[in-house]
Design a protein around this ligand. Structure first.
Ligand code: FVH
Length: 299
């Protein structure tokens, strides 16, 4: 191959800084994909298994950065990332930095601004997966925001980790989307737990409940795009599934839960959001109007 021929993507050297459970999974996926992979971790022994598979252990973060075309940082939090990267900003200048350490949206934007000031190409990421799912595109989803140049030039390497979605150049977006997805997940789980507690009062097992809950919840997700349309338009006019109609359902759930002797701490806030909109005269509007009470807790 001559010097000017495009190199196969797997020739791109990558560096992984941070070999906790997630960093190890990430580095293993790069090694498995054939990338020359250099790693660094505060506790060097965590690199042993990776080194036996072909990764190179750098002695210092600076040495690790010098080796990588793409520098991935996956440590505990922003503070630990700053401790590592602060002293090596000169080495990072002109390079591509992918931050897979969890950051808040504000931290992501601040880190992006810091990187721009230091002439570092910055891409932020959020990992929607546990370490064991890394490398499985059907189960691992990674959200990226920041430099499109970093995303595009390293897309093949990033696809080794899981399905990649680029969300635009505002770094906060990856973290914000991650948080939105997690909020949806926790609310769904909590609703499921309430249902399981309720049916459990008559000896129905959680397993029996799950057999019905899974197809039910799946069917309900088909209504999400319609709800999104109301929200994006900001117009909640509807002739089906109004707030008033759903209020009856919620009051019923709370009443039955009390009758069966279980708590109502999950369902009451939902009923309150509906009631608040009805009190303001929006009873005939779509259930989606509940979002107005979430966006503005005083509304
Ligand atoms: N694990 C998961 O399921 C989640 C999935 C979603 C995204 N998170 C985020 O990924 C980051 C790393 O998480 P992790 O699971 O790999 O975390 P640990 O196994 O606890 O490893 C922590 C690594 O951070 C290093 N570290 C901590 N403090 C410092 C420091 N002051 N200086 C240098 N390195 C530091 C630690 O080093 P060591 O203890 O091995 O020496 C580990 O490499 C995280 O942001 C999650 O939110 C994972």
């Amino acid at each position: 191959m001559n010097d000017h021929a495009p190199r196969p993507a797997s020739d791109t050297p990558v560096t992984v800084i941070g070999l906790g459970s997630m960093g190890q999974a990430i580095a293993a996926a790069f090694v498995g994909g054939g990338h020359p992979t250099t790693v660094w971790n505060r506790t060097a022994s965590k690199a042993d298994a990776l080194v036996s598979k072909g990764a190179v252990l750098a002695k210092t973060p600076a040495e690790a950065i010098e080796a990588g075309g793409l520098v991935v940082v996956c440590v505990l939090d922003r503070g630990s990332a700053q401790e590592i990267l602060g002293p090596v900003t000169d080495q990072l200048a002109g390079r591509s930095l992918l931050m897979l350490t969890s950051l808040t949206p504000t931290e992501a934007n601040e880190t992006s601004a810091w990187a721009a000031e230091k002439n570092i190409e910055f891409l932020g990421g959020a990992i929607m997966a546990t370490p064991d799912l890394i490398g499985n595109p059907e189960e691992a989803s990674l959200l990226y925001a920041g430099s499109s140049a970093v995303f595009e030039s390293h897309k093949a390497a990033l696809e080794l980790l899981g399905t990649s979605t680029y969300l635009g150049d505002v770094a906060a977006r990856a973290s914000l989307l991650e948080t939105g997805l997690l909020a949806s997940m926790y609310s769904m789980f909590t609703g499921f737990f309430h249902g399981a507690a309720l049916v459990g009062t008559e000896g129905i097992t959680a397993k029996e409940f799950t057999a019905l809950a899974v197809p039910w919840l799946k069917a309900m997700t088909t209504f999400l795009p319609g709800q999104a349309e109301f929200i994006d338009k900001g117009d909640y006019t509807t002739d089906v599934q109004s707030l008033e109609f759903n209020k009856g359902g919620l009051d019923h759930i709370i009443h039955i839960s009390e009758d069966q002797g279980i708590g109502t701490s999950v369902m009451k806030p939902v009923a309150e959001l509906i009631d608040r909109q009805i009190d303001q005269g929006h009873g005939p509007d779509s259930l989606a109007r509940m979002i107005e009470g979430i966006k503005n807790p005083k509304a």
